[in-house]
Design a protein around this ligand. Structure first.
Ligand code: TUI
Length: 308
């Protein structure tokens, strides 16, 4: 299936793997890219030298295109932005903010720039500043989220800009892919489905929690702090939401989440850690290789779309 996105990036399948904090490192991103999708390193809050190492590790693994997701709230965002330009990655995606100040540097380095947007206004602005495409991400996603749903955001962004739109949030199989195409998206981004991939290095407890999740198992913490984060319900979310309801301060709430994702991903503490995952977790029922995931999603979607 060819779209403007597969042409722009030189990839086989119009499927991005979300640049997830602590999860999207070189093994996962390299495997997705090697299998024909777009693998993304999730820089998140990692220092620039760690991101540089991941980039070099993927270059050893595959000649296929891959990208880096720059999380704009990171204290290292400036340095990571520079490393992406220096290392000549094919594509940069951004999250949790407005990447305007880096756009000229990335464009000068020949990088395709694809910001995540959660509104039509930011999509328009990104197009004006030279973005090559935008990822329209709905609040069904895991992690840091906006306020619109994928179903409503994607077609409105598609109508507002000329550049290609990639749909994200709540997409986990070929039906979701086909639906996104019907909304006008020219590729999709999936996160949660790739967290349980065989090549994903997250702790088995984290994978098991997603594989066991039901449709109603996610919560959004941090709505009051301006950092809304979707994760699966556990002791941490219960305590957090209780404190939030009682009007706890920003500082107190932030200390509860500091290091919480690492605790879940690396240490496997899915009780007190932050198990970020999207609302589609209930649909994700098996561990597969990245290649199997890509091929299965594409086969389902092509059967539904009949070549469109
Ligand atoms: O970025 C994400 N998801 C994430 S980032 C993350 S790690 C983290 N660490 C510390 C604090 C917060 C998060 C976990 N998950 N997704 C992309 C995304 N971007 N979702 C929503 C947005 C977004 C929201 C508002 C992008 C731009 C925006 O507007 C900015 C503006 O200035 O208009």
């Amino acid at each position: 299936m060819q779209t403007r996105v597969t042409e722009l990036l030189g990839i086989q399948y119009p499927i991005f793997q979300g640049g997830m904090a602590w999860v999207a490192e070189s093994h996962l991103a390299g495997a997705v890219s090697a299998a024909g999708g777009l693998g993304l390193i999730g820089a998140a809050n990692a220092p620039a030298d760690v991101v540089r190492r991941y980039i070099r590790e993927i270059k050893e693994q595959t000649d296929k295109p891959f990208g880096v997701n720059v999380m704009l709230l990171s204290p290292y965002a400036d340095e990571v932005a520079r490393v992406a330009a220096e290392e000549g990655v094919k594509v940069v995606t951004t999250g949790a903010g407005n990447p305007e100040k880096y756009m000229d540097m990335w464009k000068a380095a020949g990088i395709k720039v694809i910001p995540v947007v959660a509104s039509v206004a930011l999509a328009r602005r990104m197009e004006k500043y030279g973005a090559d495409a935008v990822i329209a991400e709905g609040m069904e996603s895991g992690g840091h989220i906006g306020a619109q749903t994928t179903m409503t955001l994607v077609p409105q962004v598609v109508d507002a800009v000329e550049i290609p739109v990639i749909a994200a949030g709540g997409i986990g199989d070929g039906r979701g892919f086909a639906a996104a195409r019907m909304l006008g998206a020219e590729a999709v981004q999936m996160g949660t489905r790739f967290v349980v991939a065989k090549e994903s290095v997250v702790h088995q407890n984290y994978k098991d929690r997603i594989l066991k999740a039901r449709d109603i198992d996610s919560e959004v913490t941090g709505t009051s702090t301006g950092h809304p984060i979707r994760c699966l319900r556990n002791q941490m979310t219960r305590e957090y939401l209780k404190k939030e309801k009682e009007g706890a301060s920003f500082e107190e709430l932030e200390t509860m989440t500091l290091g919480a994702l690492r605790r879940a991903v690396v240490e496997g503490d899915v009780t007190n850690g932050s198990v970020m995952a999207g609302q589609i977790a209930g649909l994700v029922k098996k561990e597969q290789t990245c290649r199997e995931i890509l091929e299965e999603v594409m086969a389902e979607a092509e059967a539904l779309l009949g070549g469109h």
